[in-house]
Design a binder for this molecule. Structure first.
Ligand SMILES: Nc1nc2c(ncn2[C@@H]2O[C@H](COP(=O)(O)OP(=O)(O)OP(=O)(O)O)[C@@H](O)[C@H]2O)c(=O)[nH]1
Ligand SMILES: C=C(OP(=O)(O)O)C(=O)O
Length: 224
């Protein structure tokens, strides 16, 4: 049975690349992406333990409410340090379980998509899932948590492949590959379907902000 680690930056500073099209809604969307990702992970067959690594008090409280353990994040150390801390906590909570790290910006993730990738990942020591652009990484797995060796950051798909991790590639429009970094990513994700937290924020934005168009207009307004 798997442990899943979800690293989550404080919502106030997360998803800066969405600011151009979404202004103050960037923060609410970062929050909603996290909740949709966590809910899908919790509903995935084969996942026993979920560890959320964060220094955000609201994310920590909501993670516990949704049945996850919380590992404190030391601000300033960065994503890979947070992932290593989460993997260590996962190993303590679920000593014989393999570990999967997911970025917490997958609002279209469906539990079945994750279950299928985790089943394939059991056949390899380490695996990764490239994001929909092919350059980043949305999932990194290791049968042995201490051997995870995360290299998240720009060009991480290449780094993970170079370190010997096996690439698992579900369809490019799988919710597991659609990490939302830019307004264009949000358009892609909403066309395919996002979870109810993200849907609610987008509806609220449309209702409250008369200048805001529907989600499919976000990319146009970002580039205008
Ligand atoms: N705990 C923790 N999570 C992080 C950290 N940096 C990034 N993350 C999380 O890692 C995942 C992928 O990060 P990015 O896609 O780079 O997200 P981001 O930093 O919010 O986005 P930008 O500001 O646009 O670069 C998201 O779930 C982030 O919340 C960190 O220092 N600590
Ligand atoms: C940190 C990463 O995410 P992004 O490219 O979405 O910033 C990554 O892909 O390693």
């Amino acid at each position: 049975m798997w442990s899943v680690v979800l690293p989550v930056k404080p919502f106030s500073s997360a998803k800066s690349r969405l600011a151009a099209g979404l202004g103050p809604w960037r923060r609410e969307l970062a929050h909603a992406f996290f909740l949709d990702t966590l809910r899908a992970v919790r509903a995935t067959t084969g996942v026993r333990t979920v560890v959320v690594v964060t220094s955000d008090p609201l994310a920590a409280t909501q993670a516990r409410t949704m049945g996850a353990a919380v590992c404190p994040d030391t601000p300033g150390l960065g994503l890979n340090a947070a992932v290593r801390a989460g993997a260590a906590r996962a190993a303590a909570l679920n000593p014989r379980g393999p570990v999967a790290v997911l970025t917490a910006d997958l609002p279209g993730l469906r539990p079945q998509e994750l279950a299928e990738v985790l089943a394939q990942a059991l056949r390899h020591r380490r695996t990764f899932v490239p994001d929909h652009t092919g350059t980043g990484t949305t999932v990194l797995t290791s049968l042995v948590p201490a051997a995870l060796s995360p290299s998240f950051g720009a060009g991480s798909a290449r780094s993970h492949a170079a370190s010997g991790a096996f690439s698992i590639g579900p369809a490019a429009d799988s919710g597991l590959r659609l990490d939302v970094d830019t307004p264009e990513d949000l358009v892609l994700a909403t066309r395919r379907g996002v979870g109810s937290f993200t849907t609610a924020v987008l509806r609220l934005r449309e209702a409250l902000d008369p200048t805001a168009g529907p989600a499919h207009d976000v990319a146009a307004s970002a580039s205008s």
